[in-house]
Design a binder for this molecule. Structure first.
Ligand SMILES: *[C@@H]1O[C@H](CO)[C@@H](O)[C@H](O)[C@H]1NC(C)=O
Ligand SMILES: *[C@@H]1O[C@H](CO)[C@@H](O)[C@H](O)[C@H]1NC(C)=O
Ligand SMILES: *[C@@H]1O[C@H](CO)[C@@H](O)[C@H](O)[C@H]1NC(C)=O
Ligand SMILES: *[C@@H]1O[C@H](CO)[C@@H](O)[C@H](O)[C@H]1NC(C)=O
Length: 464
C-alpha cells in the first residue's frame, strides 16, 4: 500500500565527471536534512573504491575494458541495493544516487528497478561545456579526491581528462520523454524540466534552480546588546542598551575593515533592535518579517528564572529536545527553519548580503551552511557584537569571526544548564580574543558542536 506518508524519492545524478554532480548532491542533501527530511547520498564512486581500491589508471574507465565495466556495474548495483534497503528498512524519504554512467539503457534499468518498488525517480542532469569551469572543477575537487591522493597534480589532471573521454563514449544526455527529470545547463543558464510530480519534487527542483556555484561569502550579525538582554528577558521588542548602541556605531567601521567596498545589501528583521543596529550603515536595507526572533509565546518578556518557576515541565522538556520544543502559543526551532526557508533560497541566489538578525534565527541559517544536525543547531554559538563570515566551499564551509571590543552579556546557555548564567559588566563570552587588530579583530571560532554528531555531507574548516 502506498499513501502520502511513505512518499519516497530517488534523485539520480546524471552527467559526465567534473560537472559538479557530487556538489549538487551534497547541497540537496544538506538542504533537505535541514528541513527535517530524511535524506542520504549513495555514491557509486565510494562503492567502486571499496571494490577495487584507489589510484586506478584511466584505462579502468575505458568502456572496452570488460573487467572495468564489470566492476563498475557491480559497484552501481551494490549502491542501488543499499539505497533500496535504506528506503525500506530505515524509512528514508529522499535517496540521492550519485553515479556517473549515464546511458539511456542504465536509466531505463534504474527507472524500472525503483518504480517497481514504489520509489519515484527524479533524474538530475548537470550539463556543462565550459572548459574553464570543468578544469576548475577538476583542480578544486577531483584532485583532492582519494582516487588521486598520491599523484602529481598535472599528471592527475591529464589522467582525469582521459577518464572523461572514456565516459563521453557512452554518455547520452537525458531526452527520454517518459522520465521525470531536471537538466541544469551550464550552472544556471538554462533549465529543462520534464514531468515533475508532487510537492517535494517541486521543492527540490525549485531549490536546484536557485543554486549557483560561484564562490561567495555571507555575513551575519546579531543585533547589539538589547535592554532585554541586560535584564535576562527573552522576546519583546526592546531597543538597544548603551553598549548595544556603541556596537551599532562601530559597525560601519567593522564592515569597512573586514567586508571591504562591496555593494552590500543589509537585511534586518522587522524588530526595533536589529533596525537600530543597522541604522548607521550606509547601504540599501530590506526588512524581513521572516528574520524576526523565535516567538516565545506566553513566555515573551519573561526571564529564564521566571519560566523555570512558572512552567517547570516546559522548561525541562525544552532542555530535552530544544529543536522540537514549541513555546506555548509560540514557535519551535523546527517552525523557525520552515519560516526561514525563503530567506535561505534568496541567500543562495544573491551575493553580498549582510544579515542583522537574532540568536535563534542566525542559528538556523548557520546550521544550514555548516551542516549542523537538528541536535546541534539550537546550541550553536552566535556571540553578540561579532560579525560571522561564512564562505561556502564545495564540501565545507569556512568561518571567520570579526569581533568588536564592546562588552556584552553572554546569552549562551549550554544544554542541561539551569536558568542561571553569567552576568557581568565585562565581556564574558569565552571566545578568545586575538591580540591583533583594532576594532575588527578576527577571533578564533569556538563553535564546537555540543554533541559529537558528524555534520551531514560537510566538514568544518574553521579559519583563524
Ligand atoms: C554503462 O552504460 C553502458 C551502456 O548502456 C553499459 O553497457 C554499462 O554496463 C554501464 N555500466 C555500468 C557500470 O552501469
Ligand atoms: C520504519 O517504519 C515502520 C512502520 O512505521 C516502523 O515499524 C519501523 O520501526 C521504522 N524503522 C525505523 C528504522 O525507523
Ligand atoms: C519509467 O518508469 C515509469 C513507471 O514504471 C514508466 O511509465 C516509464 O515508461 C519509464 N520510462 C522509461 C524511459 O523507462
Ligand atoms: C516509455 O518508456 C518505455 C521504456 O523505455 C518505452 O518502451 C516506451 O516507448 C516509452 N513511451 C513513450 C510514450 O515514450
Amino acid at each position: 500500500m502506498n499513501n502520502s506518508s511513505d512518499l519516497r524519492i530517488a534523485c539520480v545524478m546524471v552527467g559526465l565527471p567534473a560537472r559538479g554532480k557530487t556538489y549538487i548532491a551534497y547541497k540537496v542533501s544538506r538542504y533537505l536534512t535541514w528541513l527535517g527530511i530524511k535524506t542520504q547520498i549513495f555514491s557509486v564512486g565510494n562503492y567502486r573504491r571499496e571494490l577495487v581500491g584507489l589510484n586506478l589508471p584511466h584505462t579502468f574507465f575505458d568502456p572496452h575494458n570488460t573487467e572495468g565495466v564489470k566492476k563498475r556495474r557491480e559497484a552501481a548495483a551494490c549502491a542501488l541495493d543499499d539505497m533500496i534497503t535504506w528506503f525500506e528498512k530505515d524509512n528514508g524519504t529522499v535517496g540521492i544516487f550519485d553515479a556517473t554512467n549515464s546511458s539511456k539503457k542504465t536509466r531505463a534499468w534504474i527507472n524500472e528497478t525503483l518504480t517497481a518498488r514504489n520509489i519515484q525517480v527524479l533524474f538530475i542532469e548537470s550539463v556543462c561545456d565550459d572548459d574553464d569551469v570543468i578544469l576548475c572543477n577538476i583542480k578544486d575537487v577531483k584532485l583532492s579526491s582519494p582516487d588521486y591522493s598520491e599523484r602529481d597534480p598535472d599528471e592527475a589532471t591529464e589522467d582525469f581528462m582521459k577518464r572523461i573521454k572514456h565516459y563521453e563514449e557512452t554518455y547520452e544526455t537525458v531526452t527520454e520523454e517518459n522520465l521525470t527529470y531536471i537538466k541544469l545547463v551550464n550552472v544556471g543558464s538554462q533549465y529543462i524540466i520534464n514531468m515533475i510530480r508532487g510537492y517535494l519534487e517541486s521543492r527540490i527542483v525549485f531549490y536546484l534552480m536557485n543554486l549557483h556555484t560561484r564562490p561567495k561569502r555571507i555575513w551575519f550579525s546579531r543585533h547589539g546588546e538589547s535592554l532585554f538582554n541586560l535584564e535576562d528577558k527573552i522576546g519583546g521588542d526592546a531597543g538597544l542598551s548603551p553598549r548595544g548602541e556603541q556596537y551599532a556605531l562601530k559597525l560601519p567601521e567593522l564592515v569597512r575593515q573586514n567586508i571591504g567596498g562591496r555593494p552590500l545589501t543589509v537585511w534586518t528583521s522587522s524588530m526595533t533592535r536589529t533596525i537600530q543596529t543597522a541604522r548607521h550603515l550606509d547601504f540599501p536595507k530590506k526588512q524581513w518579517k521572516a528574520l524576526d526572533e523565535l516567538d516565545t509565546g506566553v513566555c515573551d518578556g519573561m526571564t529564564y528564572d521566571e519560566i523555570e518557576a512558572k512552567y517547570p515541565d516546559d522548561f525541562a522538556r525544552r532542555d530535552e529536545d530544544k529543536f522540537n520544543y514549541r513555546y506555548r502559543g509560540g514557535e519551535s526551532y523546527r517552525d523557525l527553519v520552515l519560516r526561514l526557508e525563503p530567506v535561505i533560497m534568496d541567500l543562495e541566489r544573491h551575493e553580498n548580503i549582510l544579515i542583522i538578525s537574532h540568536q535563534a534565527t542566525i542559528r538556523c541559517m548557520y546550521a544550514y551552511f555548516m551542516g549542523l544536525s537538528h541536535e546541534q543547531l539550537p546550541y550553536a554559538r552566535i556571540p553578540l557584537h561579532t560579525i560571522i563570515e561564512l564562505k561556502p566551499k564545495a564540501f565545507s564551509c569556512e568561518e571567520k569571526l570579526y569581533h568588536v571590543d564592546v562588552g556584552s552579556v553572554d546569552t549562551y546557555r549550554p544544554k542541561g544548564q539551569t536558568a542561571r548564567k553569567l552576568k557581568d559588566d565585562k565581556f564574558v563570552s569565552d571566545i578568545p580574543v586575538s591580540s591583533e587588530g583594532a576594532s575588527g579583530e578576527i577571533v578564533d571560532s569556538n563553535n564546537a558542536p555540543i554533541l559529537p554528531i558528524k555534520p551531514i555531507g560537510i566538514t568544518r574548516t574553521n579559519t583563524r
